[in-house]
Write a protein that binds this ligand. Structure first.
Ligand code: UDP
Length: 241
C-alpha cells in the first residue's frame, strides 16, 4: 500500500473527541458509532494515508467536571486521561475488526494493556501502515487532548491535524444556536486566538502556530468525510499561518 499522489495529506492525525464516540447515548460508548468511525478511518488508511488518531475522554470523564465537584484537579485530570485509554481500546478493537491494523500507545505507561508512548515506536508503526492511536493525552494534568493531538501531529511529522467536530468548520458562534453565525473557510492562528474562536484551546493553537502545523476543522457526522478530506473535497475550515 503506497500513498496515492492524489492524497492531499499523506500523513494526518485525526482528533476525535470522546463525545464523538457516544452517539446519542449522552454517556459512554455507542459501539455502532465507534464501528462507523472506524470504517471511515480504515478507508483513509487503505487509501495510503499514514494515519494517527488522538481520542478524547469527555464521554466518560473530564478533569474540570471532577474539580467542579470538589476533587483535586490533577487527580481528576488523571481520571480523564484514563478515560481516553478506554476509548482508544474500543477504537482499536473496531479498527482491527475491519482488518485495519491499529496500535494504542499510552502517554501513561500501562504495559499490560497497551504499548507505552515512545516516539520511535509510533513512527515505526506508521511506516508499517498501522493506525496509531495515542491514548492518555499528553500524560500531564492541566492539558487537553487537543493539545495532545497537536503535539503528536508535530512529533509524527504530520501534514496537518484534523479536528473532527459535529459541524463543517469554524463559525463565529455556535451555528446550532445562532442562525446568524458566520462560517469561515480559512483563518489564521492569530485570528483564532485574537477572536477567541472555539476551535481548540489556546495552548493547542499556539503550539500549531509555533510549528506551522495546519489545523483542519471538519464534520465527522457525515460518513466518508475523512477520505473526502484527503481528496480535498470535504467542507472544512483550514487554520494556518
Ligand atoms: N487530560 C489531561 N491531560 C491531557 C489530556 C487530557 O489531564 O494531556 C484529561 C482532562 O481532564 C480532560 C480529560 O483528560 O478533561 C479528557 O480529555 P478531553 O477533555 O480533551 O476530551 P474530549 O473533550 O476531546 O472528549
Amino acid at each position: 500500500m503506497t500513498a496515492h499522489a492524489s492524497i492531499k495529506y499523506p500523513r494526518l492525525l485525526v482528533k476525535l473527541s470522546g463525545e464523538a464516540l457516544m452517539g446519542r447515548n449522552g454517556f459512554g460508548l455507542d459501539t455502532a458509532v465507534v464501528d462507523r468511525l472506524a470504517a471511515d478511518l480504515a478507508e483513509a488508511r487503505n487509501a495510503g494515508c499514514a494515519l494517527s488518531v488522538v481520542v478524547g475522554g469527555g464521554n466518560i470523564f473530564r478533569g474540570l467536571q471532577g474539580a467542579a465537584r470538589g476533587m483535586d484537579r490533577a487527580t481528576a485530570d488523571y481520571m480523564g486521561m484514563l478515560a481516553t485509554v478506554m476509548n482508544a481500546l474500543a477504537l482499536q478493537s473496531a479498527l482491527e475488526a475491519q482488518k485495519a491494523p491499529a496500535r494504542v500507545l499510552s502517554a501513561i505507561p500501562m504495559p499490560t494493556v497497551c504499548e507505552p508512548y515512545v516516539r520511535h515506536r509510533a513512527l515505526y508503526h506508521l511506516e508499517r501502515e498501522r493506525i496509531v492511536i495515542f491514548a492518555a493525552g499528553t500524560g500531564n494534568p492541566f492539558f487537553t487532548t487537543d493539545t495532545a493531538a497537536t503535539l503528536r501531529a508535530i512529533e509524527m511529522g504530520c501534514n496537518a491535524v484534523a479536528k473532527a467536530t459535529q459541524v463543517d468548520g469554524v463559525y463565529s458562534a455556535d451555528p446550532k444556536k445562532d442562525p446568524n453565525a458566520k462560517r469561515f473557510d480559512r483563518l489564521s492562528y492569530t485570528e483564532v486566538l485574537g477572536q477567541d474562536l472555539k476551535v481548540m484551546d489556546g495552548a493547542a493553537i499556539a503550539l500549531a502556530r509555533d510549528n506551522n502545523l495546519p489545523v483542519i476543522v471538519f464534520s465527522i457526522d457525515e460518513p466518508g468525510n475523512v477520505i473526502k478530506l484527503l481528496n480535498g473535497s470535504a467542507r472544512a475550515t483550514i487554520i494556518h499561518g
